[in-house]
Structure formats: structure tokens, C-alpha cells
Design a protein around this ligand. Structure first.
Ligand code: DAH
Length: 349
């Protein structure tokens, strides 16, 4: 026997459970049928008015209704949610024909560029580019370079000490000469350059910085002489500044070379005519160099009777300043990109 109430709900439901509906309407339907006062929920409370022998059939009918609704609800919900998602994806599609947002591309620091240029020159001549520690031992920074404790030459290279008197921030890249020879264990040839940070206890001004970059060089082999050094310096500066640039040697003094020289090049600002950059001499000093002192070779395991070598060291800032016409070394370290970028237009579009 059909129950009137159930038949009523059924016929309402038949009209309600339609295909074209949105998520909001679907939710309203859920409340209408299964909410606290929903039509199906209320059928449950009808059961007490049903004669006992019909209770079971009634219960089953209500369950059927609930299942019908639930199936409809789940399927429709899934279908509608998928539709919403697809619509969203459609709307958010990336239009690859739109002009891209401009990404600012960085450029190498001018100091880095100069160092790379120097590396290129030496790599093409068969040199290795090596590295050494910035925190160095007194032994390598001074002693094995023929500068024993108490030597007056140490005064000019006062630096920052990390622990006692033995561990310091290297005041020059020359200790890498020692490290390279020790590592070479007497083998030749050695041809290396080492660019790296160095430190001095200097007050910063236009031409001094407590931190700066040096490029060290060392060659050890048989019959290496001052003329090999001269040729090498000549090639380096012609490659960096052009064919007209000339080099000259002046006698100098370093503890780890004998003889020692200063290398001058013709002023790139006035081409040797004389200007305020070269103090009207036409020449600018750029490198300290010399023939490796026998003591230095010996201390690092190379017999000076068999082997000889030359070494050189120069400041990278100095070269960059000449190349880019900068007159204050602090420009390299003050991290104001507006200043260093002005020297580097060629890398920009
Ligand atoms: N290390 C020296 C300095 O800082 C520069 C130098 C001079 C390096 C002569 C050398 C050299 O290798 O042979 O003043």
C-alpha cells in the first residue's frame, strides 16, 4: 500500500532533481530534503504514526528516497565542481602572445670583468688559475716569502690578525706562490695566476682600501729569466689596453724576488704624452715583480741551482680604474650599483 506522504515527497522530488542546476541551488535542495526540517528527514518522524505491520515497508521507502537523493546529489556535485574548475582554468589560461614582464639581468662587476680578461690572457698562455685561502698563516704570508718575524717589510703590510700572531687575513696573494710550490712537490713547470682578495690595515681613501684584489703570478721551470717576465708583461698589457701600450722595468726591492722590478706601462689616458693620471710622466706603475729569490724556491722544495722562476703581483682595482677611468677605489666596494653600473653599459640592451 502506497503511503500518501511518501508519494507526495516523491513527486516533488521528481520535479526538483533536474539536470540544469548550479552549486547554490544544489545546496538548497540538500537542505530542502535532508536538512533538519527537510522533507525526507520529516518522513522519519512520520514513522510513529504508521501501523506496526507497515513500519518496515515505510522505512524502506524512505531509505530509497534518501538513496535516490544522495546519488543525485553526489553525481551532480562532482559534475558541477568539474565545470567550475574547467571554467576557471579556461579563464586563467596564459596568453603567451602577451609581452613578457622584463626581468632585470645582472652584469658582472667591473672588477670581476677585468679579472676575467686577465685570466683569459694567461689561460691562453697555458697558465692555471688557482685559488688560495683569504685567512692565511703567518708562515705562508711572510716567513716562507723570505720575510721573517721582525723584518721591517712587515710594517708596510700590516693586516688583520684573527688568532694571536699566526693567523691573519692575507696582506698579499704571494703566499699562494708558496702553497703552489709545496703542492707541486718539486715538479715543473709551474705556471699559475691567482686572483684573490687581500687585506691591509689601511685607512680608506681615494687610493687605499682595507680590502682589495690582487692577481699573483708564478712561473717555475728551467732557465727562466727576467726577459721571460718582460715578454709576459708586454703581452698582458698589449692584450688588455691595445698594441701601442709599452712596458718598462724599473729596479725595485721585494724580499721574495731578486732582482726585483716595478713594471710601468705607458699611460692609457694620455698615451704617454703626460697628464694628471700619470703625473705628467707618461708612465704608470702597475706591477711588482721579479725573479724568484733562491731562498723562496729552497724553502718550498725547489732546488735553486736547478730551477728558476719569475713572479709578479698587481692590484686588479688599479687596472679597472685605468680601464674605466675611475678615480676613487671606494667605488668598487660601496655597493652602490648606480655607480658601478655606469661603467658597464655595453652589457645592457
Ligand atoms: N706581493 C707584493 C705586494 O703586495 C706584490 C708582488 C711583488 C708580488 C713582487 C710578486 C712579486 O709576486 O714578485 O706588494
Amino acid at each position: 500500500m502506497k503511503n500518501k506522504k511518501i508519494e507526495e515527497v516523491k513527486s516533488v522530488m521528481e520535479k526538483d532533481l533536474k539536470e540544469h542546476i548550479d552549486l547554490k541551488e544544489l545546496e538548497e535542495l540538500r537542505v530542502k530534503y535532508l536538512g533538519k526540517k527537510g522533507l525526507i528527514t520529516e518522513l522519519n518522524s512520520e514513522i510513529k504514526n504508521i501501523p506496526n505491520e507497515e513500519k518496515k515497508a515505510f522505512g524502506m521507502e524512505v531509505n530509497n528516497l534518501r538513496n535516490t537523493f544522495n546519488t543525485y546529489y553526489e553525481e551532480t556535485k562532482e559534475k558541477l565542481e568539474l565545470e567550475v574548475l574547467n571554467k576557471k582554468l579556461e579563464e586563467e589560461k596564459i596568453d603567451i602572445t602577451l609581452p613578457a614582464t622584463k626581468v632585470k639581468v645582472g652584469a658582472p662587476h667591473i672588477l670581476e670583468k677585468v679579472i676575467e680578461e686577465v685570466e683569459e690572457v694567461f689561460l691562453s698562455m697555458g697558465y692555471d688559475v688557482v685559488d688560495g685561502p683569504e685567512i692565511e698563516e703567518d708562515k705562508y704570508n711572510f716567513e716562507m716569502l723570505n720575510i721573517p718575524k721582525g723584518h721591517p717589510a712587515r710594517d708596510a703590510q700590516d693586516t688583520f690578525y684573527i688568532e694571536g700572531e699566526e693567523i691573519l687575513l692575507r696582506s698579499q696573494t704571494s703566499p699562494v706562490q708558496v702553497r703552489t710550490m709545496l703542492k707541486g712537490e718539486g715538479k715543473v713547470p709551474i705556471r699559475m695566476i691567482c686572483p684573490g682578495k687581500t687585506y691591509r690595515r689601511d685607512d680608506d681613501d681615494a687610493s687605499h682600501s682595507h680590502q682589495f684584489m690582487q692577481i699573483e703570478g708564478l712561473v717555475v721551470d728551467k732557465n727562466i729569466s727576467l726577459s721571460d717576465l718582460k715578454g709576459t708583461m708586454d703581452i698582458l698589457f698589449k692584450r688588455l689596453f691595445g698594441k701601442d701600450v709599452e712596458t718598462r722595468f724599473r729596479p725595485s726591492y721585494y724580499q721574495f724576488t731578486e732582482p726585483s722590478v716595478e713594471v710601468d706601462i705607458t699611460c692609457v689616458n694620455c698615451h704617454g704624452k703626460g697628464c694628471n693620471v700619470c703625473k705628467n710622466t707618461g708612465w704608470v706603475t702597475v706591477v711588482g715583480a721579479g725573479v724568484v729569490h733562491p731562498n723562496v724556491l729552497r724553502m718550498s722544495g725547489y732546488d735553486p741551482k736547478v730551477w728558476s722562476g719569475f713572479a709578479f703581483g698587481f692590484g686588479a682595482e688599479r687596472l679597472a680604474m685605468m680601464k674605466y677611468d675611475i678615480n676613487d677605489i671606494r667605488v668598487f666596494y660601496n655597493t652602490d650599483l648606480r655607480e658601478t653600473n655606469t661603467f658597464d653599459r655595453e652589457d645592457e640592451e
